[in-house]
Design a protein around this ligand. Structure first.
Ligand code: SF4
Ligand code: SF4
Length: 76
């Protein structure tokens, strides 16, 4: 059964450090050109379909700005 993952970035918690962008093995994270309310360029997901759910982005984020949720496809 295919398992997909959903990445949720909390735009306003992100400080734009870029660690998740650097560590994502699939290269699907980028820093947005638009700033958030804190004045940082937050991370965005550019191709969620390619996310493996490895959780590296969640582990490296110092600001708890990312959540990764695995979604089983084809299941109930
Ligand atoms: S869970 Fe893994 S593949 Fe998905 S965005 Fe995070 S680091 Fe990239
Ligand atoms: S690691 Fe966290 S704080 Fe840094 S850019 Fe990614 S989401 Fe933002």
């Amino acid at each position: 059964m295919a398992v997909k993952a959903k990445v949720k970035i909390f735009r306003e918690k992100c400080k734009g450090c870029g660690l998740c962008v650097e560590y994502c093995p699939r290269g699907i994270l980028e820093l947005d050109k638009k700033i958030n309310l804190q004045g940082y360029n937050p991370a965005i997901v550019i191709d969620e379909d390619k996310c493996s759910g490895c959780g590296f982005c969640f582990l490296v984020c110092p600001d708890v700005g990312i959540e990764v949720e695995k979604v089983e496809e084809g299941g109930k």
